[in-house]
Design a protein around this ligand. Structure first.
Ligand code: S3P
Length: 430
């Protein structure tokens, strides 16, 4: 539902404060709920996905208060959640479902988790399998691969899990279960994924050992509440980074954005494409944060090859990077990104279909795509397929189109970035 008409622009300029980081906001609600006492968070992301996480914990006895831009979380303890009265509907939020499964694995009750049409089609075995090995009882469609999932938590034993899929959601679910498991719980990754869970656990007073690619936690007695300012979401800022990079004469200063090195691959890729970017780190209280200054150059971006090793570091930025590649000079290749097929929609398909509809030259492959850049899109009509990042990517594509782009199915933008259209209107000059 909902549509947006996105228009061409002459430039993008101004100072911009991106909304709070989604991954960090989810984790703060979860860990704050498990802490003993009140945590206070500022710049928390009030988007549908994170509000689902709050609702789920409210249903399990945690109370929240919002006042003067602050979120107060009154945590009740690591093994003290209460059984909810009805199934928990997690909407579109994969992060909520996967991380929550890890937490519920160690709670002494049974609960059913469900979600919308997209979430109930997303693979969950990657999480239910290790959690079962730790001792949780889980049932659901296709032997626990799809929601609705019913989980009965209880006594857990630590495992050593070699993560075959480079996924922070899987890693986090296992580490969160590890807080309630006897012995050691460790996860080994072949390609490092975002490390917010590890960093925030440390801030909540839980020791986390990191050796090479192995992360280990032990049963936690208590989590200590704390105060934290959520950095701006680099995955949301990415839309305006690319907007500036593809529009000559642009000048955008992005303030207080998260610069966690496990998330900042988009900066390196845009630099490799020839974009004018400077970065200044301003603080690091567990999660580095700073300002990014982007200027639009008079020449086109250059094509780029994005290989498997880069993917986890910029997984959510691939849709908007596909727009950048589709306007770059030369042939870009994205490989090793099969995970895109199981996001909120199949993003290889949604982006390829949309790009073709507006005059882009893209050939989807099983695990990515090959893109031959054009100097400008033609414009046209596309569908988001209910995927927020697809919808927002085409709003940015319109800046470099001959005619406007009609984007269908835009209500989904609310899941991660309710202020997107307002920020676009503020920064874009006709
Ligand atoms: C997330 C991890 C990523 C990312 C998602 C948020 C997280 O998923 O795509 O939007 O907060 O841990 P995977 O870890 O499954 O790749």
């Amino acid at each position: 539902m909902g549509e947006m008409i996105a228009k061409p622009a002459s430039k993008v300029s101004g100072e911009y404060l991106p909304p709070g980081d989604k991954s960090i906001s989810h984790r703060l609600v979860m860990l704050g709920s498990l802490a003993e006492g009140t945590s206070v968070f500022t710049h928390f992301l009030e988007a549908d996905d994170c509000l689902r996480t709050i609702k789920a914990f409210e249903a399990m006895g945690v109370s929240f208060k919002k006042s003067e831009g602050k979120l107060f979380v009154n945590g009740i303890g690591v093994r003290k959640l209460n059984p909810p009265k009805s199934p928990l509907d997690l909407g579109n939020s994969g992060t909520t479902m996967r991380l929550l499964l890890g937490i519920l694995a160690g709670q002494n009750f049974e609960v059913t988790l469900t979600g919308d049409a997209s979430l109930t089609k997303r693979p969950m075995r990657r999480v239910t399998e290790p959690l079962r090995q730790m001792g949780a009882q889980i049932t659901g469609t296709e032997d626990g691969n799809f929601a609705p999932l019913t989980i009965k938590g209880g006594k857990l034993t630590g495992i050593h899990w070699v993560n075959q899929i480079a996924s922070a959601q899987v890693k986090s679910a296992i580490l969160l279960a590890g807080l309630n498991a006897d012995g050691e719980t460790s996860v080994e990754e072949s390609i490092p994924s975002r490390d917010h869970t590890e960093r925030l656990l440390t801030r909540f007073g839980v020791p986390v050992e990191r050796h090479d690619r192995k992360i280990t936690v032990r049963k936690a007695e208590a989590l200590k509440p704390f105060q934290f300012q959520v950095p701006g979401d680099i995955s949301s800022a990415a839309f305006f980074m690319v907007a500036a990079a593809i529009t000559p004469g642009s000048d955008v200063v992005i303030k207080n954005v998260g610069l966690n090195p496990s998330r900042s691959g988009i900066i390196d890729i845009l630099k490799a494409m020839g974009a004018d970017i400077s970065v200044e780190m301003t603080q690091d209280r567990g999660e580095p944060m700073g300002d990014i200054h982007m200027r639009g150059l008079d020449k086109r971006l250059q094509a780029v090859i994005i290989n498997k090793e880069w993917i986890p570091n910029l997984i959510d930025e691939l849709p908007i990077l596909m727009i950048a590649c589709a306007l770059a000079e030369g042939r870009s290749v994205i490989r090793g990104a099969k995970e895109l097929r199981v996001k909120e929609t199949d993003r290889i398909n949604s982006m390829a279909q949309g790009l073709k509809a507006i005059g882009g030259k893209v050939q989807p492959t099983e695990d990515g795509c090959i893109i031959n850049g054009v100097s400008r899109f033609q414009g046209g009509a596309i569908s988001s397929f209910g995927d927020h990042r697809t919808a927002m990517s085409f709003a940015i594509a319109a800046l470099q189109s001959e005619k406007e782009i009609l984007i269908q199915d835009t209500d989904c933008i609310m899941t991660s970035y309710p202020g997107f259209e307002a920020d676009l209107a503020k920064l874009v000059k006709a």
